[in-house]
Design a protein around this ligand. Structure first.
Ligand code: KIV
Length: 278
């Protein structure tokens, strides 16, 4: 059967029928093409780009231009997968107008199908404004990396009843504001279950236990391509970094030993042409 492009209404339907949603990050065409061949419904072009691709300490320096550049290449490889473009730090926090303009750029210039932004109740009016402009929004609460310093670092959020209640209220306000799904990052599994039960939009967990409607992982973490910091919630499904390093070492050794390239990987000219030349 021909594979169809994943559509946003389908995600809510999946929640209703208990089908799990799967999302991973990708930042370029070749990785997106691989995701597109799998059963994963969504690609997040996350601003984790800043850390795992651009080598920054965090996500704060990532710009709109960085995001548009990478979203464009992902979209080329994602014929069937829904592409979520992450709004970088300060691209949606200053005013509603600027938030709409920048969300629009991720779709118009990048080609994203929808956008994601971080924040709770305080972002509800911004989410509403973007949604009213016709742009689907995925929300993101819990540990929000763009404001990690204000949260006291990369820590589990909502561990006591008061903070957990605040996160539940955040999730409800974002649903009310029109978000079509919500990422729950680094919160206790029981709280994620409660939020998942209370919302009619899908929850997508990362470090939020098994009871969310879906899951997301950063591809570079799950494939062993980024080892500067590996959070507890990451499961490494492959160690591609090790395979790549072994390939680089083997290549270097063969070039040193003049065993690569051999004639199998070389071009030849006809003997008579060579004779003329000589
Ligand atoms: O930028 C990102 O990759 C994210 C995920 C951690 C959800 O926001």
């Amino acid at each position: 059967m021909e594979k169809r492009k994943v559509a946003i209404p389908q995600l809510k339907e999946m929640k209703k029928t208990g089908c799990k949603l799967k999302m991973v990050t990708a930042y370029d065409y070749s990785m997106a093409s691989l995701v597109d061949k799998s059963e994963i419904e969504m690609i997040l072009v996350g601003d984790s780009l800043g850390m795992v691709v651009l080598g920054y300490e965090g996500t704060v320096p990532v710009t709109m231009e960085d995001m548009i550049h990478h979203i464009r290449s992902v979209v080329k490889g994602a014929a069937h997968t829904l592409v979520v473009g992450d709004m970088p730090f300060m691209s949606y926090n200053i005013s509603r107008e600027e938030a709409i303009r920048n969300a629009g750029r991720l779709m118009k210039e990048g080609g994203a199908d929808c956008v994601k932004l971080e924040g709770g109740q305080e972002m509800a009016t911004i989410v509403r404004a973007i949604v009213d402009a016709g742009i689907p929004v995925m929300a993101h609460i819990g540990l929000t990396p763009q404001t990690a310093s204000a949260l006291g670092g990369f820590k589990v959020q909502g561990k006591d009843a008061a903070r957990a209640a605040k996160l539940l209220a955040d999730a409800q306000a974002l649903e009310e504001a029109g978000a079509f799904a919500i990422v729950l990052e680094c919160i206790p599994a029981q709280l994620a279950r409660l939020i998942t039960e209370k919302l009619s939009i899908p929850t997508i967990g990362i470090g939020a236990g098994p009871w969310c409607d879906g899951q997301v992982l950063v591809t570079h973490d799950m494939l062993g391509l980024f080892d500067r910091f590996v959070p507890k919630f990451v499961k490494q499904y492959a160690n591609v970094g090790k395979v790549i390093l072994e390939a680089f070492q083997a290549y270097a050794q063969e070039v040193n030993a003049s065993t690569f390239p051999d004639m199998e990987h070389s071009f030849t000219m006809k003997e008579e042409e060579l004779a003329k030349l000589e």
